[in-house]
Design a protein around this ligand. Sequence first.
Ligand code: 13P
Length: 340
Amino acid sequence: MNTKILMETAKSLVANNKGILAMDESFPTCNKRFAKLGIPQTEDFRRAYRELIVTTHGLGEFISGAILFDETIRQKIKDGTPMIKVIADAGIIPGIKVDTGAKEMAGYPGEKISEGLDGLRDRLIEYHQMGARFAKWRAVIVIGDRIPTQGCIEANAQSLARYAALCQETGLVPIVEPEVLMDGEHTMERCFEVTEEVLRTVFNQLYMQRVLLEGMILKCNMVLPGLACPIQESADDIADATVNCLLRAVPAAVPGIAFLSGGQSAELASARLNAVNVRFKSKLPWELSFSFGRAIQQPALEIWHGEDANVTEAQKALYHRAKCNQAARRGEYSAAMARK
Ligand code: 13P
């Protein structure tokens, strides 16, 4: 294991107030988002959309790394340049999603376990040879009546740790992503309890599997009330709850925490990331960054709508959301900036 390279890559992913762009939607997820807008769900349209993203001029000013899906890492843009080369040439570190999806967990109704460990070592070697320098594995935790269970949390934490150990052996920085979903009526306090429990379990497993904490990035949810909870706290209260939870569970050796957006609107995700940094930047052991999918892409996807004629406008929207999130990392984002 090349500790030095892993540590340098992990640091680069959260340096200079940049963040990670998640563009690794699997077939079902990408197709679902296309279907909502009436965009054909074909390989060609997925390729055209990903080309729109990676050819957005200047994206590397705000984005440190981009997470790709297996289909995308093998694709080329129209002029024949491999997608991964376009990304690297823009100064963005290429990454790859390697879990094969969250499936129903046997014996645990309503809960999910992420799969993909079988054959993972060989897949990681191939991705590294292709030029990927980091990877992502997402575990999904649902809050509901008597869930999550300890059984589900532990199974997911163990898989995350096995994945992370294999990544580091191959020279890939693991993005360790336990996502506590926002769906439901639960309160912010309940999300705090569950997120703390999940993170503690994940870090216990990471220690147990001898994962180098300095050579990984944690990607997690903010501590939020459920989408259907009648009480929706302010960005400042969410920032306090999120950082207090992280302080209890995340070791100081971890270089960075990159939040997922998880279905928050683009504006809310930026406003909350901003509040976290206004209140805590430079007072914490880790960088507080972003690894947003929808909160960077959604406005651009809606403008594009599958039409070539809309590419330039869509790229402007993508560039703008990326810029907003870098400003939020600095604690300099505002609603006025969002409207520009
Ligand atoms: P969202 O920001 O859309 O939640 O996507 C981030 C991600 O990569 C989920 O795995």
